[in-house]
Design a protein around this ligand. Structure first.
Ligand code: MF3
Ligand code: CO
Length: 262
């Protein structure tokens, strides 16, 4: 069942998403050659604790950390480690979720480390654009797969492929709620989108083929051809006035209106 969230619930999710956005913004300033992915984890964990919220991923099906940090050919769910040292030219996907007062927020960004080649920068740009193409379709009355199709189309037009084995998801009282949101597919299929639906859209876009494998650690997904992969994620809400991004700092102007609206 897809639950529609009340204004009150959306404000709760917006709060969690705001902290997620702050963590990602801060990590964007910390990502640099020489930093390890465990350094990023420690900084994120401290910030999350300071904000008095809880990390969403740590302990989720036994996942050991607050962040997923996925370097280069790693698609998603890379585990932070002191052995993974970032170097100039790498890309690193950072995914973070928190829960506060029963409601989750989830977002991810892929950062360039130091100086990356124009080809690599293009992958990041197109992946973020494909997320925004998906968000544009998150409109009351559209069908779910209109989002999927827009993402796939944009990625493939640039010569990339959209990962099939991992999907976006509904979010709210649980990290993963219905519906699953694939990043590929024909338009016009699936449930109708309605105001109050909250979705985490998260295209994972590969430079080469879309197939992925999971490494022996049971978590890290890598591209089967070991070419690069990028990942961007936002939590959004479908409203009567169109999609609203909850996990972006400059989109939080609604905060504080909660009391008034009730
Ligand atoms: N954003 C990812 C997702 O929604 C992160 C989950 S990591 C996990 O699947 F460790 F919590 F599984
Ligand atoms: Co997610």
């Amino acid at each position: 069942m897809i639950t529609l969230k009340s204004r009150y619930e959306v404000e709760k999710i917006r709060f969690s998403c705001g902290i997620v956005a702050e963590v990602l913004n801060h990590l964007g300033e910390v990502v640099a050659p020489g930093a390890t992915t465990l350094d990023l984890e420690k900084i994120a964990e401290e910030l999350i604790r300071k904000k008095k919220v809880k990390p969403a991923f740590k302990g989720y099906h036994g996942y050991p950390c607050c962040l997923c940090t996925s370097i280069n050919e790693e698609v998603v769910h890379g585990i932070p480690s002191s052995k993974r040292v970032l170097k100039s030219g790498d890309i690193v996907g950072v995914d973070v979720g928190v829960i506060h007062d029963g409601y989750y927020g989830d977002a991810a960004k892929t950062f360039a480390v130091g100086v990356v080649s124009p080809e690599v920068q293009m992958l990041l740009t197109v992946t973020e654009e494909s997320l925004y193409k998906g968000i544009e379709q998150a409109v009351d009355g559209n069908r779910l797969s209109d989002i999927s199709h827009a993402i796939q189309r944009h990625a493939e037009a640039a010569g990339y492929s959209a990962v099939r084995d991992f999907v976006g998801h509904g979010i709210g009282r649980m990290l993963h709620e219905e519906p699953q949101v694939p990043n590929y597919g024909p338009p016009g299929k699936g449930p109708k989108l309605k105001s109050g639906m909250v979705l985490a859209l998260e295209p994972m876009i590969n430079q080469g083929r879309y197939e992925v494998e999971v490494l022996e650690d049971g978590w890290t997904a890598v591209t089967a051809d070991r070419k690069l992969s990028a990942h961007f994620e936002h939590t959004i809400v479908v409203t009567e006035d169109g999609p609203v991004i909850l996990s972006r700092l400059d989109d939080r102007q609604g905060q504080g209106t909660l009391q008034k609206d009730l």
